[in-house]
Design a protein around this ligand. Structure first.
Ligand code: HEC
Length: 209
């Protein structure tokens, strides 16, 4: 009898609660722990009372590096670039089609605006007044080692800004692979046209047909 009474009261309570928190389109529903439903969001540059320095954007703790980031141990100088050229090599080769395709994508996204589609230094930005880069197919660029190019993409060089924050380390190597392919195809088209074989003339001298 007592148990039945208890169950009846419990049931009545459940029904009452269900009625109280029923969804009503005309007004907002009951929220349990509203702070968890709607967290107080701070904008990156807004003041923030939760931190000692009152800022939202916190500097990373000293001596830490972001996950996936690999520090490049070279000074942003020409000597640093030369040392990078001697010590670093591209982990990707032309056999790796996925890397090559990605490199083409990276180049078209980040480099074409200045360097142009074929690397001739005739990108839109260069055509509109930005100091035009030298053709990536020039003799000088051909002699740059992969590591030197990596240094240029990482730290910039004269008028070319650093692309370290936009293009990941991995993507930088892939873009370099693509630059090499542009150089190769430019060299292939510049090569002297193949000559026909020499045949002896009636006078005994060899002439070209
Ligand atoms: C804002 C325009 C701009 C963008 C974008 C740009 N570059 Fe450059 N780049 C330059 C300029 C200008 C130079 C010439 C710098 C100098 O005078 O030494 C240069 C130089 C270079 C060189 C060295 C050429 C040499 O012979 O010294 C390489 C390699 C290079 N860029 C590759 C790239 C790659 C790869 C990208 C894309 C990730 C890229 N650049 C994006 C403007 C740009």
């Amino acid at each position: 009898m007592k148990l039945n009474l208890f169950l009846a009261v419990a049931l009545a309570l459940c029904v009452a609660c269900g009625f109280l928190i029923r969804p009503q389109p005309s007004r907002p529903n009951v929220e349990f722990l509203p702070e968890m439903v709607r967290t107080a969001a701070y904008k990156a540059y807004s003041a923030n009372p939760n931190f000692l320095d009152g800022k939202t954007l916190q500097a990373p703790p000293p001596d830490t590096i972001p996950r996936g980031f690999h520090p490049v141990d070279y000074e942003a100088t020409e000597t640093g670039a030369i040392r990078a050229g001697e010590e670093l090599s591209n982990p990707y080769t032309f056999e790796d089609l996925a890397a090559f395709t990605r490199g083409a994508f990276v180049f078209r996204t980040w480099c074409v605006p200045c360097h142009g589609g074929a690397g001739r230094g005739d990108g839109t930005v260069a055509m509109r007044g930005f100091p035009a880069p030298p053709p990536l197919t020039s003799e000088k660029t051909l002699t740059l080692k992969d590591g030197q190019m990596f240094h240029i993409l990482t730290y910039g060089q004269k008028n070319m800004p650093s692309y370290a924050s936009q293009v990941s380390e991995d993507d930088r190597w892939k873009a370099i692979l693509y630059v090499r392919s542009l150089q190769r195809s430019a060299q292939a088209t510049q090569a002297p046209a193949p000559q026909p074989p020499l045949t002896p003339s009636p006078s005994g001298q060899e002439v070209r047909k």
